[in-house]
Design a protein around this ligand. Sequence first.
Ligand code: DGL
Length: 269
Amino acid sequence: MSDTGTLPIGVFDSGVGGLTVVRALMERLPLESITYFGDTARVPYGVKSVATIEHFTGQITDHLLNQGVKMLIIACNTMAAVASQVVKDKAGSIPVLDVIDAGARTAVLESRSRAIGVIGTPTTVNSNAYARRMHALDGGVRVYSQACPLFVPLVEEGWLEHEVTRLTAQEYLKPVLAENVDTLVLGCTHYPLIKPLVQDVVGPEVRLVDSAITVAEQAARKLAELGIANPGEHLPEYRYTVTDIPLRFQTIGERFLGRSLGRVEKVDW
Ligand code: DGL
């Protein structure tokens, strides 16, 4: 075992939403240290142009690589959709995982009818990244995507069970359900928080794919395969860095993480 094993996994997102991935990683890989970066000053990315997202993603990748990480995980679906190549080019030999690849693989493996729905931000849906990934894995699947821009603010508002969120979900999901999908990918960091509500709206026959959980599974496999899992001689360390600490940051962050956030550092760029 080289020293690489004790380095943290770098996880990043446009804001606090990627903490759903950190939460899944903490549960699946309790010995691993994690360094999280959230671009809270510039969120949301889901409505920004590809060129801007690529530029921001490059800056974050450089920052995490300078800190020293053994693996990078793109927790943000929007960044994964349009800027994963930027990350891979900079990372060199450091493995890069992302929520889109993980979610697409699980959906293709688990769908019986081969009709799959994907929901995400407008940029993620417009990029067609999930459909491209799924078609690369299985040319026969049919993919129906739907942008759900109102979900991010509703989740940040904490309206996880609210009637307004339910009505919004019914409206957004109507066209996807009309295609008789048997699998629905939650293609945005924020959506795992409204999983019970979405499950209720789509009914028990539709399987929901939570990209946070599937990317944590992938990370566990990759660490084992490369022999760089943490030997666990010390307690794991969690570090959170953001570009702004807005009002209600702690409350929202802890809702995503499902536990206390601890110390949060702010970088000045
Ligand atoms: N993190 C983004 C995603 O998963 C959602 C928030 C944003 O629009 O920046 O697509």
